[in-house]
Write a protein that binds this ligand. Sequence first.
Ligand SMILES: *Cc1c(COP(=O)(O)O)cnc(C)c1O
Length: 424
Amino acid sequence: MKKVPFLTKDKAEEIAAEYGTPYHVYDEAAIRENAKSVAEAFAWNKGFREYFAVKATPNPFILRIFKDFGFGCDCSSMAELKMAYAAGFSGEDIMFSSNDTPAEEFAYAAKIGALINFDDITLLPYYLENVGEFPDTVCCRYNPGGTFSIANDIMDNPGDSKYGMTGEQMEEAFGMLKSHGVKHFGIHAFLASSTMTDEYYPALAGQLFGLAVELKKKCQVSIDFINLSGGVGIPYRPDETPNHIDRIGEGVKAAYEKILVPAGMGEVKIYTEMGRFMMGPFGALVTRAIHEKHIYKEYIGVDACAANLMRPAMYGAYHHITVLGKEDAPDTSRYDVTGSLCENNDKFAIDRLLPEIDMGDLLYIHDTGAHGFAMGYNYNGRLWSPEVLLHEDGSFSLIRRAQTLADYFATFDCFDEFKNMDAI
Ligand SMILES: *Cc1c(COP(=O)(O)O)cnc(C)c1O
């Protein structure tokens, strides 16, 4: 499918005139439309709730959009817990799915009443020793080991992943928690990332539902919810077929009716913790072409770099690029599109066919709405770009300002001469 920007060149220039380039921009109307279709796809399950994975797009304005749909937040650190809490989420609105967790983060999660998801069995005695007694409701994260495959297609290797507990440990953990007075239990697993098939959630659900029936029987506990976590992918490339959330919801429903309902577990709530699927396609990084270089290859230098979007440098991830105003121009030039970091992997595209780029053109880098701004870092002293929310009526708001040099130097406040860096 041809990838179409949600922003015209004129609108992109209007935002640039206000906040400069580069910037991350999000499409509020599309975020809401997609959130609605997620809620509808799982409406068959009375207790369904999406806990948006805050790490994908950690911004309170985005979190509040999801709050309108009754969704919660999935947090994995102190900063994310505090962001969700300050944005108006508390108690069971928050799922705390972390790993290698420091005691003070458990304590804070408990204080605000978040649902705690234990990544490992050793964290149970650690919690008792450092935090206190368990809350009434506790979730445990499962890792089946081996490989996770659908129709002979290996999707991922849980056996190599650091997350979750073995089946035996799940049983032992539930027993231990029960003996400490825990009354309600949840099961969680994340077995494959960026999946491009409607079969992922249904297959995962089938495994977890089976495990739930078994654990309920063996441990005599009440299983309240099953959290399918994240992993639903988006089409980064034009030739990929998007997932269909309605079919995914139907697939999970079929597994639910086949496995849970006959076991007398037709009240179990389904939770999801999607990040990428909720936000990925609805964000873009807009950057300006500022240099061209002709050596052994043709290079276009832009004013964004991997500090604004790390996925291409880190995973070789593909992000589609549209040259704004040249949407229908033929792709006549082959470029490497690069940022300024002193790292040769700082390239948004390699050998990419694009329309001929003129200096000053705005490049629209698609699908940066999840794990985009969020992975920003300050290597080479590069600063974070602003985040802008485009509203349905075409107006836009700044939802996070750009980082300044003063922000960058703030942690040197033990040196007087670093206190006013914007002024020197
Ligand atoms: C990253 C993460 C998610 C979100 O994953 P997506 O691939 O963005 O959907 C959900 N849950 C947990 C525990 C995660 O670590």
